[in-house]
Design a binder for this molecule. Structure first.
Ligand code: PEP
Ligand code: MG
Length: 324
């Protein structure tokens, strides 16, 4: 198996009729970085900064953050690294910053927390931009964006940090900034958010839970958490159409991107890259290399006309078996 992976590493992720689909990775720990590079990742679509924050007993200082982010950026340079601002709340609590709520997934999480605490946001963005000096491969991703003012406020803070750093003499570039699309409201404002972004990234884990009203971590309703639900697929297709209409790229960084069957559909929808855990990358690459983009498009058209998530999943699995 290892030999197989090694061989796959240097082969492009492209269909057998020549359609290229870059595979990126989701990271959190330095260990993910090493594994990702070994597997031929073409960039980082989501670096979850909660991970280093969770491993401490207090907020890391700006300088600590700069050094952690620098390690990630340097390991992948010149490949792009998408660093997400702190996404706490929901199911992710920092022991030193407790948030007590009845409905944490509908509460104070992601960008809501950091816009209410600009000192956290500003320190983090300063650390990211400083860390990118001389590498210029940073992209900043904003979690849980639900309305336009959140996007405008975040961008204003990022621009302020950038200008301050230039004034302080740092040789830095203004990084591309992107909104995560993971709340249904953002799906219906994808066009407006795209106009304010350099890229979009879909968080299908949260988007699925919010579209279907199913807690992503509740075993009792796990059967209802259907990634292939027609409503989810339609939302995904809509986001791609809107991002492209605005002339920007769109990726997906939820678990769905690492599911080989889903990857075929996502490619056919037009996602510009898929970002997944390094564990899933070789499997997805080998599936994409084994099919044609025409077949993927036909499969997508077929399942988009189906009304039942289980039937869609079965049809996709059948297509995977046929391709084997
Ligand atoms: C998502 O919601 O799909 C996502 C990638 O973010 P997280 O899983 O960290 O919430
Ligand atoms: Mg999310």
């Amino acid at each position: 198996l290892f030999k197989g992976l090694e061989a796959l590493k240097d082969l492009p992720c492209e269909t057998n009729d020549g359609y290229r689909l870059p595979l990126w990775v989701n990271t959190g720990l330095m260990a993910d970085v090493v594994r990702s590079l070994e597997r031929g990742a073409e960039g980082v679509g989501l670096y979850r900064t909660e991970v280093p924050f969770l491993m401490r007993d207090r907020f890391p200082s700006e300088e600590e953050q700069r050094s952690i982010y620098r390690e990630q950026l340097a390991a992948f340079a010149p490949l792009p690294v998408t660093i997400r601002t702190l996404d706490i709340g929901g199911d992710k609590a920092l022991p030193y910053f407790p948030i007590e709520e009845d409905n944490p997934f509908l509460g104070w999480r992601g960008i809501r927390v950091t816009l209410d605490h600009p000192e956290i946001f500003l320190a983090q963005v300063r650390a990211m931009i400083k860390a990118s000096e001389g590498l210029d491969n940073l992209r900043i991703l904003l979690p849980m964006i639900t309305n336009i003012p959140e996007m405008e406020a975040s961008k204003a803070l990022i621009t302020r940090v950038y200008k301050e750093l230039v004034e302080e003499g740092y040789k830095v570039k203004m990084p591309p900034v992107g909104a995560m699309i993971e709340v249904p409201a953002a799906v219906y404002q994808a066009r407006e958010l795209a106009a304010l972004s350099e890229f979009l990234s879909v968080g299908s884990n949260d988007l699925t839970q919010y579209l279907l009203a199913v807690d992503r971590n509740n075993a009792r309703v796990a059967d209802l958490y259907q990634a292939f639900h027609p409503a989810v697929l339609r939302a995904l297709q809509h986001i791609v159409t809107e991002a492209h209409a605005e002339g920007i790229s769109v990726s997906i960084c939820g678990e769905l991107a690492g599911d080989p069957g889903a990857a075929i559909l996502l490619m056919a929808m037009g996602f510009d890259m898929l970002s997944m855990s390094a564990t899933n990358l070789p499997k997805v690459k080998s599936v994409i290399r084994g099919i044609s983009s025409t077949l993927a498009k036909d499969l997508l058209a077929e399942v988009m006309a189906m009304g039942n998530a289980d039937q869609i999943r079965e049809r996709v699995e059948q297509a995977l078996n046929d391709a084997d």
